[in-house]
Design a protein around this ligand. Structure first.
Ligand SMILES: O=C(O)CCC(=O)C(=O)O
Ligand SMILES: [Fe+2]
Length: 204
């Protein structure tokens, strides 16, 4: 390798490049796409999200008591500006790239803040709304410490795990929300991680 070689290396790909996207077909028409280190400026995006998202803790009823949902949340609805311009570019690039399959744009951005390894989300599908009955896509951009996204078929069977690292893109597609479930399990040690999930209209 001569010195000049490094001068001609490809620049960081940015959100318009899906060249490294890898699709993994799951059963029953579900699939996941993974593109590592996709989001440029992931450090800056992480800092902007920590500082600017109006994070709220949710409570939910668990048997006879109310408990904290173990992560902080905020959702940006249709037309609401996102806390960093790169996230808007990312959403628009995803809308363009997946248009042939999805047939509509991504319009909302759900944000989740996992403060440490005790924060998590239990097994679920994003089935409030159309995900219950129709194929759809949910695109996740992850920043901060890596955490595992685990997926399992609803009918039973082996689960798979995908590590979501700083700047990675993971897209769940096809029947994934209704035929599979996903979770982010607790771990003994983890620093903060923020997930941004882009969804089309009426998918939650
Ligand atoms: O943390 C993640 O990336 C996944 C979050 C998730 O599945 C959800 O909020 O529906
Ligand atoms: Fe989900």
């Amino acid at each position: 390798m001569d010195f000049q070689g490094t001068l001609f290396e490809a620049p960081p790909s940015g959100v318009r490049s899906f060249a490294g996207l890898e699709r993994r077909a799951l059963s029953r028409g579900a699939w996941v796409d993974v593109q590592r280190t996709w989001l440029p400026g992931a450090d800056e995006v992480f800092a902007a999200l920590v500082a600017e998202v109006p994070w709220r803790a949710e409570r939910r009823q668990m048997y006879d008591r109310e408990v904290d949902v173990p992560r902080l949340l905020h959702t940006y609805g249709v037309g609401e500006p996102l806390p960093h311009p790169v996230l808007e570019e990312a959403r628009d690039a995803l809308s363009d790239h997946y248009l042939p399959e999805l047939g509509e744009p991504f319009v909302t951005a759900g944000c989740c803040y996992y403060r440490d390894g005790r924060d998590s989300v239990a097994w679920h599908g994003d089935t409030i709304g159309r995900g219950r009955s129709q194929d759809t896509l949910v695109a996740i951009v992850s920043v901060g410490d890596p955490r595992r996204l685990v997926l399992r078929p609803r009918t039973g069977g082996e689960s798979i795990a995908i590590e979501m690292g700083h700047g990675d893109l993971v897209v769940m597609g096809g029947s994934c929300q209704r035929t599979w479930e996903h979770a982010v399990p607790k771990v003994a040690h983890a620093g903060p991680r923020i997930s941004v999930q882009f969804r089309p209209l009426n998918v939650f």
